[in-house]
Each structure stands twice: as C-alpha cells, then as structure tokens.
Design a protein around this ligand. Sequence first.
Ligand code: FDA
Length: 295
Amino acid sequence: MTIADVLNANPRLQRRLFFLARRFVAGETLADAVDAVRELNGHGLSASLDFLGEDVSSTEEAATNTAVYCDMIERIVAERLDSNVSVKLSAIGQMIDEELAVRNLQRIVDSARACDMFIRLDMEGSATVDSTYRIMDRARATYPHIGAVIQAYLHRAGPDARRLLENGVRMRLVKGAYKEPPAVALQHMSDIRRNFMTIAEKLLASPVYCGMATHDEFLIDAIRAFVERNGIGADRFEFQMLYGIRREAQRALVREGYRMRVYVPFGTHWAGYFYRRLAERRENVMFVLRNLWRR
Ligand code: FDA
C-alpha cells in the first residue's frame, strides 16, 4: 500500500496534511501559485513555478501535465510575473518513453519561445540523468534557453558540470534530494558540501549565469566569501531556495543586494514533494508533528 492509497482512504487525514503541506506548496491550482509568485515578486524575489505531477505512467497524464506547463507560461506572461518554469521530465512522460518526453518538452518550448522564457529541467533519481541530458541536448538544438540541475552528491557531478559549462548551459547547483547508493553518490554531508563548493567556485568564476540552490548557511557564507574575494558581481548569479523554507533568510539576502529565486511547487500531487521535504530536515517533521493534532 502506498502513501497515496492511505491518504485516499482517509480524506480527513489528507485535508489535515494538505493544510500543513501548504507551508511548502503554494496550493493546488495555478491561481494559488500565481498569488504566491505575486507576493514573492512584491518582496523583490523571483520565482520558478513547478507543477507537481512527477512519475506519470500514462500518455494521457503526460499530455495533461504538458498542457498545464503551457498554461503556466501563458499566465506568467499575462500577469507579468517575474518567474520561469521548472519541469520534471518524468511528469511529461520520460519514464514511459524518452521520445514522448522529447515531443512534450517541444510543446513547452514552443510556448516559451514567444516570450524567450527560460526553462529549467529538474534532475530526479540518478537513473534518469543521462536520459535528461539527451532530452535537454535535443531541445537546446533549437532553443538555448534551457538549463539543467547538477546534484553535488553524485560522483559524476564535477565532470557533468564541466561539460555543461563548455556548452554554455545554465545550471542550478543543489546537494541532491534522492536516496542514492554509495557507488553513485557521496553519503556524508561534509563530502557533499566540499563537492558543492568545488563546483560552485567553477560556476561562479565562469561567464555562465548559474543558480546556487541551498538553504545551508555554511554554503551560503562560503559563496558570499568567494564572490566578494573574487569581485564577482551580485548580478552574475542567483541564490535559490524552496517555497516556505527559510523565508526570512530569502528576504535578508535580497536586502543585502543578492538575487533570490524561489522554487514554487503547486498541484494536487503534493504528497511526494511534501514527504521529501520532511525527510530532509528534523525541524520540518517537528513542525508537522506539532501542528498535526493542534485544533
Ligand atoms: P540542508 O537541508 O541539507 O540543510 C543544511 C544546513 O542548512 C542545516 O544543517 C542548517 O545549518 C541549515 N538550514 C537549513 N534549513 C534551515 C532552517 N530552516 N533554519 C536554519 N538553518 C537551516 N534536488 C534534486 O535532487 N533535484 C532538483 O532538481 C532540485 N531542485 C531544487 C531547487 C531548489 C531551488 C532548491 C533550493 C533545492 C532543490 N533540490 C533539488 C533539493 C536539494 O537537492 C536539497 O535536497 C535541499 O535543498 C536540501 O539541502 P540544502 O543544501 O538546502 O540544506
């Protein structure tokens, strides 16, 4: 039985958990997400909208998710929001057939082309990395405003980042959120941080505009120190954080003159995303436990 089965069998628990998940998820509809982005923009923060619908197993669901992405792009433009979109390829058919994901990404690219909107391809489990790069390379052949994510915990992260830099691909650098075995990924936080900074320094020193996506004070301080030491302007890169996490720190960095982009997920399939955020930090679990039984 999956978590989704448990929730479907228990609508009251589902409602209660959704109430708590709203700290990390903008809402279930595009209108909710637009409101959240408008508020962030009002505080000088940019956004990247993510529609929660990963790992679809039918062509119809993949088509529906693709259509939502096209709507998101239209709404961002119509509402004059400072936002781009982040796409999970598994939400548009990558696990069914790579060619299907290529075709669906092409539809999203066609919508983005009219307004030159940047499209970020999120990175999922390590088994999808090569496929994600293949799909990205094909889409970039006609539309260069597509970027990737480098997960610093992967042993391959350094060489991948070097190859992408050579091709002028914009990257978002993250630690990595999936459970990976030691043969594939670093397991200790100190090693992951070290690899994150090694790659971050290469990205920051390059002419390619990149995103430093972390809530980790240690890494944020190290990035700040590096850019100050090397005279790298605050307009040459951006910090990125997740919606609802370290909200004060997000605004404080903007007040200091740095750019900050907030990743804003929305949609009815919020459970998987919510549980990943819980798994990451004990404070997040405590927040849920404290509130779960509160009336
Ligand atoms: P982490 O959660 O490991 O925290 C490290 C330290 O930060 C803590 O020990 C503490 O010192 C400090 N800290 C964190 N939160 C705090 C708080 N609330 N208060 C005080 N201190 C706090 N992953 C992936 O695999 N593929 C992807 O495409 C993406 N995309 C993505 C986009 C964006 C914008 C972000 C920010 C992250 C992702 N991720 C991701 C997730 C990423 O891989 C990672 O799992 C999370 O960001 C958690 O790692 P952190 O580096 O943020 O800090």
